[in-house]
Design a binder for this molecule. Structure first.
Ligand code: F6R
Length: 241
């Protein structure tokens, strides 16, 4: 679905989340960080304040986290989610799950996270952003992709794009923990959000319907229930956001 503006796209995304929670109060949501979902989170906070959505029984799993990073580091995705969203809604903090960026044993942490998602009954609705290179979560373009939650090395291009939120590019962690492609594919419903001209190429490839690990988002073409929400800039390659 193409929207004239970023805000309209985020309104639609928030409506879909609201419908999901209204239909199933104990919904399990998969959530992204990044710039794209920020407005959607703001709208959801409003909907929670005016009584339209109740998050008290909702459980969330974030897609990824830098590694290593402390959860109280302001660059961590845990910090981002707490400050941008969780502290502003009536969700129980213990129901918000994010990979531990300072786990000593990354493999064990990923394994535990994967099992926790499965134990929670799987993700009902997963919201995804998309990288300029087509990454989803931190599943970067590569010859092979991994299915389960795992530790991954970020590509230099991702480190550079993400460095905008750091003082210096050298401060961006080289690694991350991320849900794998299989973890993502097991979500019952997926919404992918794409905003701005920089996402045009990756989005075009996704919508072309051909599958390649060199654009991990294209694997979503085999998922039975994916909705792509984008603004006109991402759809037509218009002006930069
Ligand atoms: C973040 C994530 C990433 C972002 C992607 C787009 O949790 O999983 O895949 O969704 O890098 O980031 P923005 O929205 O900042 O363009």
């Amino acid at each position: 679905m193409v929207f004239e503006s970023y805000t309209e796209m985020c309104n639609k995304a928030a409506d879909i989340v609201a419908e999901q929670i209204t239909l199933k109060s104990h919904s399990v949501l998969g959530l992204p960080t990044g710039l794209t979902p920020v407005k959607m989170y703001e709208i959801l906070i409003e909907k929670n304040k005016n009584g339209e959505i109740d998050f008290s029984d909702v459980k969330t799993f974030n897609l990824d986290e830098y590694y290593p990073v402390s959860p109280i580091d302001k660059h961590s995705y845990r910090y981002f989610m707490n400050e941008t969203f969780f502290k502003k809604i009536n969700i129980k903090m213990e129901n918000t799950c994010i990979l531990n960026g300072q786990a000593e044993d990354a493999e064990k942490e990923c394994d535990m996270y994967q099992k926790l998602i499965e134990k929670s009954g799987g993700i009902d609705l997963l919201i995804l952003g998309i990288g300029r290179n087509g990454h989803i979560g931190f599943n970067e373009p590569d010859e092979y992709l991994l299915s389960y939650t795992h530790k991954t090395r970020l590509l230099q291009e991702t480190i550079e794009v993400n460095s905008k939120l750091f003082d210096d590019v050298s401060e961006v962690p080289e690694y991350a923990l991320t849900m794998g492609i299989g973890t993502i594919m097991q979500a019952k419903r997926i919404i992918l959000l794409a905003s701005g001209k920089s996402k045009y190429k990756a989005l075009r490839e996704l919508m072309a319907g051909k599958i390649t690990t060199l654009n991990p988002s294209t694997l979503l073409n085999v998922h039975p229930c994916v909705t792509v929400l984008c603004d006109r800039d991402a759809y037509e390659g218009g002006k930069e956001k």
